[in-house]
Every structure is written in C-alpha cells, then in structure tokens.
Write a protein that binds this ligand. Structure first.
Ligand SMILES: [Zn+2]
Ligand SMILES: [Zn+2]
Length: 467
C-alpha cells in the first residue's frame, strides 16, 4: 500500500522543487547556460576565463566567471543531449567516408570505390533464451520450451548459467578489438593475393579504409558493424587498382572473417581459440543517388547506412543503468538492477582481473563493460574526418561568430574585420563541480534536450534530411 503513496509524494516534491527553480532570481541565467549545453543532463561547472588576443597581444575579448560545459557522454541513458550530439557527429564522420564531403576533404569519388558493410558477431558460449518467429509470424518455442514475449528480460541470457562459458565469453570480449586487428591483417593478405602481390607490398597498391562501431547484443557480447572501403595507395582521392572489385572485396572479407583467430590461455592454462561467430552479414553499399534500388536487393544506401550505424554508437551494454561506471567494489554489483546473466559477466571479469596472466587486460577497469575494452567508434587513419576535426569546426565557427559580433560592436567604419586565424585564444578553465544540483534542475535540462530533439526531428522531416 505504501509504495504508491511514496511515489505520489516524490512527484509532488519534484513539482515543488521545479517551481521553486523556475521562480528563483537566477533562473534566466541558469536556463541560458543549460541551453548553451543543449540541455546536458550532467554538465561540468567550470570557473576561469577565456581571452582572445590579436597578433600583437592586445586583448580583443575577455570572458570570465562560471560556465557550464556539456558532459560529452556517448550513452543515451546517461545524457540524451550529449549522446544526440555524439550520434550526429558519428553520422557526419561515417557519411563523409561513404559519400564524400567537400568541406572535409573527402572526394565524392569515394562512392565509386569498392565498399561493403559487414557485421561480425561473437561466437556462442552456450545456449541462450531466444525469441524467433516463423515465416508466418508465429513465435517459435525457445529451447527452454517457453514462447518468450518480446519484452522478456530473459531473452539473450544463458539457459543454463552453470553450463554457460562465462570465462570464455569475457576472454573473447576482452580480445574483441585485437581480433578485429587480426581480421584486418587477414583481409589485407587476402586482397594482396587477389592482386598477386605479397602482403607487405599491399600498401604500395591500395589502402584499406574502414569505420567500425561496437554494439552490445542482449547476451552481453558485442557485434562490430563496419564500413570497409578500398582506396588507392594515396587514400580517398586515389583510384583503387582495377583487380579489386566489389565482389573481390566481399570474397576477401568472408575469407578473413573465417580465418582470423587468436589463441589465449584459460585460467588453468589450457589454450582457447578466439574467433568470430559463424553469422556474417555482408552487404554491398549503393550510392544514395540509386536509392530506389535499396529495398529490392536488401542493400543499403550510404546515407541510410551512416544513420543506422551512428545510432549503435550511443547504446550502452544493455545491462541496464547502474553499471555505467567503473566498479570499485564488487560487493555493490549484487545490488545493481541488472540481470543475473550480466551480473555473472561482470563478476567473471572482476575475478579474471585478479589473475596475473590477464593483468595487461586490466579487466577490473572494464568489468562494468562486461570485459569489452575497445572504443565504440573507431576508424582507420584515412577513412574520413575525425571527431576532433568536427568539434574544432564547431569551436572555430563560434569564435568567428564572436569576432563578427566584436566587429559589429565597434563603430569605427575604417576597422577591418578580424580574421579568426590570426587571433590567439587562451583558455584557462578549471572544473569545480559535476552535474546538476538536484532532480528539479536535471528534469528541466532533460526537457530542454527533449525540445531540441523534437525541433530537429520536425526540421529533418520537413527538409527530408537525416539529422
Ligand atoms: Zn551531457
Ligand atoms: Zn527460453
């Protein structure tokens, strides 16, 4: 009986706190600062100053005091605003490598290059609860005999936890990035043999460019979704040697996915072969200009694909909130709101982290990630632009705006506009506090983020562009 009363009281408290915040004297300033972060759910409070000097050292702009900076967290569960920005940046990064981007020095000729989209899966470490549907749409019974509902939290978790190979699963996951490295080496070797050259000569003939995103499956293991493109030896602008066709690329990818392996030792020393799962999803990529071909052949257009992959990059482990930060005390894991399956993976990573041979894997640091140590979006050097470049562009644009404002403010008609590339920016900021003061502030920030998101969706549907 008491739970609903508590819940109602909590809602009333939150309402009261929100209206108090709305009526506070500093509300307008606070709102402007939070809006500048896009409605970040956990902003960083900084104190300090920014000074913009001209080339002679004269101060053009000086701004000091307290500011809010966005947290920059990738995961939607942690910060919707920052994860939206991350997904948008990831989209531009992937799109530039697929379709070209004049502003980012990636020629549109990349669409003529052999390209493929592939998904590499994790192998099986024991039977899990599944929900499959028959061709006619009926739910096929799981191996446990039940027909699982789509929301059943048991889907993807071990059917028999005692028989499931948790040690193998964690060791595979901890080496997944390394296994990807083996895959790219095997791919270069397979492509070199198509050209009839040795693998060490490959660089002189062609270049393998890729971007990949890791996505957690319900069983707590990552899949890699990757865009692979073949360039000439000098990168995106350079044509690929004629022997390397779309078909040759796909055949080489299949071969490399089947042959890439790493052998590691289990805790008691017996060798374990790590490889990719047998499920390999491999598709050609069509330029957006040929979008009408998309559905018929089950192929992706480059724009649709960039959006699709960018979304994966903002997903968490699927272990549900609570496990989104490094674990310092394994006893706390017992109280986290996660499935027994995910808990076993965290505990296994923690235990393995204590074994000397696995020291280099730093598994305790990555236990909350279920052993996965890699980055969520990685790309080869010449694939396209970088996150850093995209952020820099945003910063430069803001500086240019500030300088334009300064020009507008000075009345002297003989003043020449200031060139942003000639100024020196000195940033001197220190973090003093993290996150919002209370639930009320957080709720208001989330509302700002939600409004921004709706605004963007309306805009992109009216202009027909993916955001
Ligand atoms: Zn944020
Ligand atoms: Zn089942």
């Amino acid at each position: 009986m008491s739970a609903p009363i508590h819940a109602a009281a909590a809602v009333a408290d939150l309402d009261a706190a929100i209206s108090a915040r709305l009526q506070a004297l500093d509300y307008r300033d606070w709102r402007a600062a939070v809006e500048a972060t896009g409605g970040c759910a956990a902003p960083i409070h900084l104190t300090g100053s920014t000074t913009v000097l001209d080339r002679d050292g004269a101060v053009l702009i000086e701004r000091g005091g307290d500011v809010l900076a966005p947290c920059g967290n990738r995961r939607a569960a942690v910060c919707p605003a920052c994860s939206d920005r991350y997904a948008a940046d990831a989209f531009h990064l992937l799109r530039a490598g697929l379709a070209g981007d004049q502003g980012k020095d990636i020629q549109a000729s990349v669409t003529d290059k052999p390209r493929a989209f592939l998904t590499l899966t994790a192998p099986s470490f024991g039977p899990v609860h599944t929900r499959k549907t028959s061709r006619r749409g009926f739910v096929v019974p799981c191996g446990c005999g039940e027909r699982h509902h789509g929301d059943d939290p048991r889907i993807g978790t071990a059917r028999d936890p005692e028989a499931y190979d948790y040690v193998g699963a964690v060791l595979w996951q901890a080496h997944a990035g390394h296994l990807w490295g083996r895959f790219t080496t095997a791919l270069r070797r397979a492509l070199a043999s198509v050209l009839g050259i040795r693998v060490r000569e490959f660089r002189d003939h062609a270049r393998l460019s890729y971007a990949k995103v890791a996505e957690y499956q319900r069983r707590g293991l990552v899949h890699f979704h990757a865009v692979i493109r073949l360039d000439g030896p000098n990168g995106p602008a350079d044509p690929c040697p004629p022997g390397l066709t779309d078909e040759a690329l796909r055949a080489a990818i299949s071969h490399a996915a089947q042959t890439a392996t790493i052998t590691v030792a289990r805790p008691h020393g017996e060798p374990m072969r790590l490889e990719w799962g047998t499920q390999l999803d491999l598709r050609p990529i069509r330029p957006s200009a040929l979008a009408h071909l998309e559905d018929a052949a089950g192929e992706f257009t480059d724009a649709a694909l960039a959006g699709y992959i960018a979304k994966y990059a903002t997903k968490g482990t699927g272990a549900v909130e609570g496990a989104d930060r490094p674990i310092h005390d394994i006893a706390h894991v017992a109280h986290l709101d996660i499935s027994p399956h995910h808990r076993r993976m965290i505990e296994t990573a923690w235990e393995l982290g204590d074994h000397e041979p696995y020291e280099v894997l730093n598994l305790r640091r990555w236990a909350h990630m279920l052993g996965f140590r890699g980055h969520f979006l990685t790309k080869s050097h010449r694939y396209s632009t970088t996150f850093g470049a995209i952020r820099n562009e945003r910063r430069t644009w803001r500086l240019a705006q500030d300088l334009a404002q300064l020009d507008a403010d000075t009345d002297d008609p003989n003043d020449i506009p200031i060139d942003p590339s000639t100024v020196v920016v000195i940033n001197d900021w220190l973090p003093v506090r993290f996150g919002h003061r209370d639930h009320a502030e957080r709720e208001l920030a989330l509302a700002i983020a939600e409004r921004n998101r709706q605004h963007r969706t309306t805009r992109s549907t009216t202009t027909g562009r993916a955001a």
